[in-house]
Each structure stands twice: as C-alpha cells, then as structure tokens.
Design a protein around this ligand. Structure first.
Ligand SMILES: *Cc1c(COP(=O)(O)O)cnc(C)c1O
Length: 484
C-alpha cells in the first residue's frame, strides 16, 4: 500500500506549499522504520524530544506557507531528525590542531598531557582508588600525600600541597597567611594575567591589605624594609611573566629579600606563574625561574601552575616550609579549592616524569614541542607544501616560511621561538580579506579543526605543534571540497 506521505509528494500536489495538516504528528514520525532504528539506538526520551523540536521548528514556516510539500514528507523529516540527533550528540569540547605557533595556548587547553599521565588518569578513574585512604594503616588519608613527597624531592621544599589552579594557590596563600593584615608588593609586580586575575583584586578577595612599594620600574630593598611594621603578614614577589619592563629598572631578588624577611620575622612568598622544574636554558630555551631556586633562596612559599611549562594538568602547586604550607593546608578555604582526583592522577604521573630528566624532552609533550629543531619543522613544511598547495589551488598560493612562535601562557613574552610553517596567500588581491576569512573558516570546520593565525594578509600554519603530519594531510581532500 502506498504511504500517505509518498502520495502527497508524488501526487498532484508536488511542488505546492505544505499546509499545517501535512505536518505529521510526533507519533507518526516515530513509527517510521528509519526512526525505529534511531529509537533502538538512543531511546525514546532523546529521539521523541528532538522529533518534537524538529516539528515545532518547522511549524511557523509551514503556517506562513513557505515550505514545499516535499520538505514535510515523513522520509525527509526522518533524515532531518537523524541529522539533529547527530548534532545533539556531538560534544562541544573538540580536539583541534594547534597550528597557531603558540605552544602553551590558554584558549586551546594549555599543556598536553604525557602518555603516562593519560594512562594513569584512565586507570585511576575507572574504579575506586586510595585518594584519601592510607593503605598501610587502613585509616583515612590525605590526598596531598599523593604528590607531596614527589614535589619535595623535586623542589627541595619541606612541604607541598596542591589546589585547582595557580590563581587559587595565590588566593589561598594570601588568605591563609595574611587575612586582615598587610602584604608588601612592588609596584612593578602588580600584574594582571588574563581572565580578570589582577594581583590587587586577588589581595582584596583574600581579605589582605596591599601595601605597594617602589615604583613601576624600580624597587629597592629599603623600600620593602621601610614598609615592614607590626601589621605586616607577608612579603610577596610576583613573577612578571606576561610582560617585561626594560631600560632603567631595578627589582629585588627573592634571595635579597629573604635576608630581610628572616631578620624581621616576616614570611616571604613568591608567585612564579609558570615556573619550570627544569632549567630551560639547558634546552636552548629562554630561562624561567625554578621553584627549587626559590626554595634554596629562602622563600617560605612558592606557587606555580601545573599546566604551563610544567606540562601537566590544570593545578596550583604550593611548596615551602612545613609551617607555612601547614597553615595553608589547614585554612578552611582549602577545602573549596582542593584538587579533584582526576587532575591529581595526571599530576602525579607528570611529576614522576621529572625523576628522569634525561628523558623529559622525549616524554613530556610540551617540552618535546618546545624543543623541536627548527630544521625538522622546516622539513615537515617542505613535505606538506605540494599537497596543501594542491588543496587550496587556485585561490591561494602556498609557500614555506620561517616563522616566530611563542611559548605562550604568559611565559616569556619577549622571547620568540624560531619555527617554520606554511603561508597561504589569496591569489586575487581584490577581496583578499574575505578569502582569508573563508579559508580560516574552512580550516576550523574540518573534522579535526585546524587553528592557524592570520598575519599580513596571509594565513599562517606554524607546524611546531604538528607531531603527526597525517592529521593535516588526511584532511586535505575535505578542505579542497570546502573551498571548491
Ligand atoms: C598564569 C599565572 C597565574 C595563574 O595561574 P593559573 O594556573 O592559570 O590559575 C598566577 N600568577 C602568575 C604570575 C601567572 O603567570
């Protein structure tokens, strides 16, 4: 027997506009064989909900008389329903290819986790674990135990604790050690890092009174000394990671300040921002201060991020003296900022990689990418030149180009990483801006979206972070199709 919808489509009304009565009821749509298969796979709740939403979305246009009869045929509607379901089940969080040239890109998720970190996380999350359980005594344990010994070994600190991120580490340190009292900071170090994290505001949130000393470009030891009084709770240094003051400048080092702190009986904290547990200079990279140096210099508390140069998960690491870390750990706010088991597993495995520093440049993706030789990146660009050129021809001309990348995440903003990549330039000068936007959009719409950067009328693909050439190569036919 002919089905009513086919009769409608193929009958005398083909080409006419649909009437509201042509829209099937939800139940009618759900009885379609194709939709039955969808129901088996996804269940009634999702499929019926999307079917209703689909029909509701169509109705106003049908009432207006602007939808051809063919478009409300049940077979057509079930196709549309299947598409809707696919979209609905597509996660918002997507893997992308970072070809921006910025290795630790905050908008693209910062550091990539090392394989052992991924494995450990998966193994620990698949079932119960000893997060807060002491396997020796069978008594309740403390989650800090998981990483404290490792962090102390790596930094030389007496004690360590971790929270959600470094912003939380700074907030907690200030609240625990200086609530209702004064914190002395140089005017040259009142930083704002992205996302509304400004040192003066953090002080206020923590309930500490900021006492600014020195000037934007120069702060001396006596500036700190003169500001210390009986209300002083903390001397604070902040690593100016995302900008540089050059020229007539003077800052007091942690080592110099530690002497004063000790003599006056005031603790000294330093926020390193990124912090790196290995000397980057030994890899030919610009140097960042090391937490272990700060501990050796006499800092009582050192805070740094887990997902910047450390190359681990989002985390705020706090290392320092037993007394100060103990006060921080016991402060009630710690409970609200504590780290979840998921990143904690990743952090433990990441820190463990540092026990074998000789292998680090191989094992840690962030360091591996930061240390990729320029010649190797250039060779990769040469290899990709012809296939990419073919995919974007005739609208874009492609060339291999020397590029300057960045470490990223606020670290070392003045230093650039010599890199290489492909420059894609519109052939037609007229409408070049629009062509570039179209190209960038097409790249972003690939199954594994490709994120480059536009500079000087070209789209640049920095290949430093492309460890698997095939990830780009295999998508070129789709790119070609999108641009045709
Ligand atoms: C990045 C940074 C922070 C914040 O660290 P998150 O881990 O992103 O919360 C704090 N202070 C400084 C100096 C930084 O560079």
């Amino acid at each position: 027997m002919q089905r009513p919808d086919e009769y409608v489509v193929h009958g005398s009304r083909a080409g006419q506009m649909a009437q509201p009565r042509d829209l099937p009821a939800v139940d009618r749509l759900l009885r379609e064989p194709v939709v039955q298969a969808l129901l088996d796979e996804h269940g009634h709740t999702l499929v019926a909900g999307e079917a209703r939403a689909l029909l509701d979305a169509l109705r106003p246009a049908v009432v207006e008389g602007t939808v051809p009869v063919a478009d409300v045929a049940v077979s057509r509607l079930s196709d549309a329903l299947e598409q809707r379901l696919q979209q609905r089940l597509q996660p918002r969080m997507r893997a992308v290819l970072n070809l921006t040239g910025t290795v630790i890109h905050t908008n693209l998720g910062r550091s990539l986790l090392a394989e052992p970190a991924l494995q450990h996380m998966l193994a620990m999350m698949a079932g119960p674990n000893n997060l807060e359980y002491d396997l020796d005594s069978g008594a309740r344990g403390d989650r800090d135990t998981i990483i404290e010994e490792l962090l102390c070994t790596l930094t030389g600190a007496e004690a360590a604790t971790v929270v959600n991120n470094n912003a939380a580490a700074v907030l907690l340190t200030l609240a625990a050690l200086a609530r209702g009292r004064e914190v002395i900071v140089s005017r040259g170090e009142l930083v704002e890092i992205g996302g509304a994290f400004r040192m003066p505001d953090v002080m206020e949130s923590a309930g500490a009174r900021l006492v600014e000393v020195g000037t934007t470009n120069r702060t001396h030891l006596h500036d700190y000394e003169n500001a210390i009084n009986e209300r002083t709770a903390l001397l604070m240094k902040v690593h100016t990671s995302n900008y540089a003051v050059q020229g007539f400048t003077k800052a007091v080092s942690e080592a110099e300040l530690a002497g004063v702190a000790r003599a006056r009986g005031v603790p000294l904290a330093t926020d390193l921002g990124s912090g790196s547990l290995v000397d980057l200079a030994s890899y030919g990279l610009p140097r960042e201060p090391l937490p272990q140096e700060m501990i050796a210099a006499g800092c009582d508390v050192v805070t740094f991020s887990g997902d910047k140069l450390l190359g681990g998960p989002q985390a705020g690491l706090i290392v320092g003296s037993r007394e100060m870390v103990g006060r921080i750990r016991k402060f009630p706010m710690k409970r609200a900022l504590r780290m979840s088991k998921l990143p904690l597993a990743a952090l433990e495995a990441t820190l463990m990689l540092y026990l074998r520093p000789e292998r680090l440049a191989r094992d840690l993706p962030t360091l591996r990418m930061l240390t990729r030789p320029e010649a190797q990146i250039r060779a990769q660009a040469q290899q990709l030149l012809a296939p990419v050129a073919q995919a974007v021809a005739p609208r874009f001309a492609v060339s291999v180009m020397a590029l300057k990348g960045q470490i990223g995440s606020g670290s070392l903003p003045v230093d650039r990483l010599p890199s290489a990549g492909l420059a894609l330039a519109p052939v037609q000068k007229k409408g070049a801006g629009r062509a570039l936007d179209e190209l960038a959009t097409a790249l972003r719409r690939l199954p594994l979206p490709v994120i480059g950067r536009i500079a000087e009328d070209r789209l640049l693909l920095d290949l430093r972070c492309l460890e698997d050439t095939d990830q780009l190569l295999h998508q070129l036919p789709l790119l070609q199709e999108a641009l045709a």
